[in-house]
Design a protein around this ligand. Structure first.
Ligand code: ADP
Ligand code: MG
Length: 238
């Protein structure tokens, strides 16, 4: 588990202030969901937490250690994107173990980690297949499996279900909930799906124009939206 904290995070691309002073702290083991309109800076925020985006001002820290002070492999962060490019020539097991192989983890340890992750995700029967022989939902499970084998302290998910059809999205929503329960790890999850946010979140962060509009438990935001914008986004009558 881990506590992720951002303090005074600023980032501009040209004239656009994409992160405009973000202060945010997760609770240990929390499932934090980021919502907000397209272009409001959700992906940029996740990338900054992963240490993939340099801030113009402010800091990101995991358990008090600034992400840019840690080497990329020591950060303990794994990110799953909406377009989860799997290596087409590798089997599911090879895809899942690839990061560990690059890190020169011994073969037996890789196999054990891959098997454990596959069991958590219910995909042990798919380990020998190539990505082309998988459905969309199965591919997304493999992408999540790739993250799990690294045993990160923090998972970052950037709209992981947005490429799936509506019925599958609803089913996968419950898998994220049980994954969070099983791993008890801090997870930060971006979505533009209001129902997904309400179901999964311990707390929801509503972003608007690079700022935090409101943060709170789903029913808190629903019952007491701080602004018209939050009310509109969460779907509460106001
Ligand atoms: P969201 O994920 O909420 O849709 P993003 O964080 O992807 O938003 O993008 C926020 C804004 O920053 C958008 O206007 C986008 O065009 C811009 N942006 C993101 N990344 C870059 C980049 N590497 N270079 C220039 N502009 C960018
Ligand atoms: Mg995005």
């Amino acid at each position: 588990m881990a506590i992720v904290s951002l303090s005074g995070a600023h980032k501009a691309f040209g004239a656009t202030q994409v992160l405009d002073g973000i202060d945010l702290e997760t609770r240990d083991g929390e499932f934090l969901v980021l919502v907000g309109p397209s272009g409001c800076g959700k992906s940029t925020l996740l990338r900054a937490i992963a240490g993939l985006e340099d801030l113009d001002a402010g800091t990101v820290a995991i358990d008090g250690v600034r992400v840019n002070d840690a080497g990329p492999s020591d950060r303990g962060i794994a990110m799953v994107f909406q377009s989860y490019a799997l290596y087409p020539h590798m089997t599911v097991a090879e895809n899942m173990g690839f990061a560990l192989k690059l890190a020169r983890v011994p073969r037996a340890e890789i196999d054990a980690a891959v098997r454990a992750a596959a069991e958590t995700l219910g995909i042990t029967d798919l380990l020998a297949r190539k990505p082309a022989a998988l459905s969309g939902g199965q591919r997304q499970r493999v992408a999540i499996g790739r993250a799990i084998v690294r045993k990160p302290r923090v998972f970052l998910f950037d709209e992981p279900l947005s490429n799936l059809d509506a019925a599958l999205r609803v089913r996968m929503r419950y898998e994220f909930a049980s994954l969070h329960k099983a791993l008890a790890t801090t997870m930060i999850y971006v979505t533009h799906d209001q129902a997904e946010a309400m179901t999964l979140a311990d707390r929801i962060v509503v972003l608007n124009g690079g700022r935090v509009e409101q943060i709170g438990a789903p029913m808190e935001l629903y019952d007491h939206p701080a602004t018209q914008f939050v009310a509109g986004f969460i779907g509460s009558p106001r």
